[in-house]
Ligand binder design. Structure first.
Ligand SMILES: Nc1ncnc2c1ncn2[C@@H]1O[C@H](COP(=O)(O)OP(=O)(O)OP(=O)(O)O)[C@@H](O)[C@H]1O
Ligand SMILES: [Mg+2]
Length: 386
C-alpha cells in the first residue's frame, strides 16, 4: 500500500530527477545529431582526400610482371622505367603491353583500356574489310595468284593438305604507287572473312623509334589472337632494305626490327590461319634475307592497268556519277600509263568540275579537263610517266 502511494504521489525530488532525465535525453539526441553531421563531413573529406590522392594519375605501360609479384613499368612519354607494386586483384589482369594508371607513389591504381591500346596506335585493324574483288578493276591474273596464295590456304586448307603442297608463307606485292596493292590485300581479307591487320613499315621505323622489334612481335601476337587473319606489312622496304634511303642513323634499330620480323616468320606454320602479305614499290632494294624460301617466297607484281583494266577502273569510280554523253573508252585511251589511283583521281576531278559548273551531270569535257589536270600534276610531281 505504502509503495503504491509513493509511486503515485511524486515528491519534488522525483520531479527534479525527471526533468534532469529529460534534459539528458535531449543532450544525447543532440550529440547523436552532431555525430551524424560529423560522420557526413568525414566521409565528404575522405572522398575529397581520395580524389586529391588520385589526381593526377600517370599512364604507364606494363613491360613485364616479375615472379616476385612486382610489376616492371615504363612510363609513356619520358620512357622512365621502374618497378612497382599492384594489388592482388589487379595482378592477374596485367599483361605485358597493358596500359595502367599509377599514382604519385607510382603504385598501380587501375588498368585502363584493353591490352591492345599500345598496338592500335600503329596497327590498323579491320574485322573484315568491305572492299571486294568487284571493287578492283583489271588485275584478274594478279587476283587469281593472290587468291591461290592467300585466300585458299585460309578457306580451303584441306585441298592443300590433300594434295600435299605447302602454301607459300609470305606474299610480296610489288608495283608502282597507286596500282592497288593495299586494295588487293584488303579484298582478300574480305573474301576470306579474315581480320585485316595492317602495319606500315615506314611508320614502324620513323614514328616508333626504339619500339620496332616489340611492335613486330605484338603484330604477330595480335594476328594469332584474331585468326583467321591477314597481316599486311605496307612499305616493307622501310624495314628491310639493304641500303638506307636517307643514310640516317638508326639503321641498327631498323636491323633489329627486321630480324624480329624474320624470326616471327620463321616461327610460323605455312598452313596456319594467319597469312602474311607485304607490299613495296622498291623490290630491288629489299634485303635478300627477306626473300628467301620460308619468308616472302611468292613475289607478285602488280602491273599498270591495261586498256581493259583502265576501262573497268573508270567504270568503278564513275559508277555513282551522273554521266551525260561520256564515252569511257575514249577516256581509257587518254589515260595510258596511268595507275588505278590516278584514274580514280581523274574521275574525282571530273566530278568536281561538274560540281563547279553547277551542272546536272558530268560531261565529256569534264573528263578531258580532268585528264589534263591529273597529267599535269603528275609532271610537276616529277614522276616518270607521260
Ligand atoms: N585496280 C584498281 N581498281 C580500282 N581502284 C583502284 C585500282 N588501283 C588503285 N585504285 C584506287 O587507288 C587507290 C590507291 O590504291 P592502293 O592504296 O591500293 O595503292 P597501292 O598500290 O597500295 O599504293 P602505294 O604503293 O602508294 O601504297 C585505291 O584506294 C583505289 O581507289
Ligand atoms: Mg598501299
Amino acid at each position: 500500500m505504502e509503495e503504491s502511494a509513493t509511486s503515485t504521489a511524486a515528491t519534488p525530488d522525483d520531479l527534479k530527477v525527471r526533468i534532469q532525465l529529460n534534459e539528458l535525453e535531449a543532450m544525447v539526441l543532440e550529440s547523436k545529431l552532431h555525430v551524424e553531421e560529423l560522420t557526413k563531413e568525414n566521409s565528404q573529406l575522405r572522398r575529397e582526400n581520395n580524389q586529391l590522392k588520385r589526381i593526377p594519375l600517370f599512364v604507364a605501360v606494363v613491360v613485364d610482371i616479375l615472379e616476385t609479384g612486382e610489376v616492371y613499368l615504363r612510363q609513356q612519354g619520358n620512357n622512365q622505367e621502374y618497378l612497382t607494386q599492384a594489388s592482388e586483384d589487379l595482378i592477374p589482369l596485367l599483361k605485358p603491353g597493358a596500359k595502367v594508371a599509377v599514382n604519385n607513389a607510382l603504385s598501380i591504381v587501375k588498368l585502363i583500356g584493353n591490352i591492345y591500346d599500345s598496338r592500335v596506335r600503329i596497327m590498323e585493324l579491320e574485322e573484315s574489310p568491305t572492299i571486294s574483288y568487284a571493287d578492283i578493276g583489271g588485275l584478274e591474273h594478279t587476283i587469281k595468284e593472290v587468291r591461290e596464295a592467300v585466300e585458299y590456304p585460309l578457306t580451303k586448307p584441306e585441298i592443300f593438305r590433300r594434295i600435299g603442297v605447302e602454301p607459300p608463307k609470305g606474299i610480296l606485292l610489288h608495283g608502282s604507287p597507286g596500282t592497288g596493292k593495299t586494295l588487293i590485300a584488303k579484298a582478300v581479307a574480305h573474301e576470306a572473312k579474315a581480320t585485316f591487320i595492317r602495319m606500315s613499315g615506314s611508320e614502324l621505323v620513323h614514328k616508333f623509334i626504339g619500339e620496332g622489334a616489340g611492335l613486330v612481335r605484338e603484330l604477330f601476337m595480335l594476328a594469332r589472337e584474331r585468326a583467321p587473319a591477314i597481316v599486311f606489312i605496307d612499305e616493307i622496304d622501310a624495314v628491310g632494305s639493304t641500303r638506307s634511303n636517307d643514310g640516317t642513323s638508326g639503321s641498327a634499330e631498323v636491323q633489329r626490327t627486321m630480324m624480329q620480323l624474320l624470326a616471327e616468320m620463321d616461327g610460323f606454320d605455312n598452313r596456319g590461319d594467319v597469312r602474311i602479305m607485304a607490299a613495296t614499290n622498291r623490290v630491288d632494294m629489299l634485303d635478300p634475307a627477306l626473300l628467301r624460301p620460308g619468308r616472302f617466297d611468292r613475289i607478285i607484281e602488280i602491273p599498270l592497268p591495261d586498256a581493259k583494266g583502265r576501262l573497268e577502273i573508270l567504270k568503278i569510280h564513275s559508277g555513282k556519277m551522273q554521266l551525260a554523253g561520256v564515252d569511257l573508252t575514249e577516256i581509257t585511251a587518254l589515260t595510258e600509263n596511268a595507275t588505278g589511283a590516278e584514274i580514280q583521281a581523274v574521275c574525282r576531278e571530273a566530278g568536281m568540275m561538274a560540281v563547279r559548273r553547277d551542272a546536272v551531270a558530268v560531261e565529256r569535257s569534264d573528263f578531258i579537263d580532268a585528264v589534263h589536270k591529273v597529267k599535269n600534276e603528275k609532271v610537276s610531281d616529277n614522276r616518270m610517266y607521260t
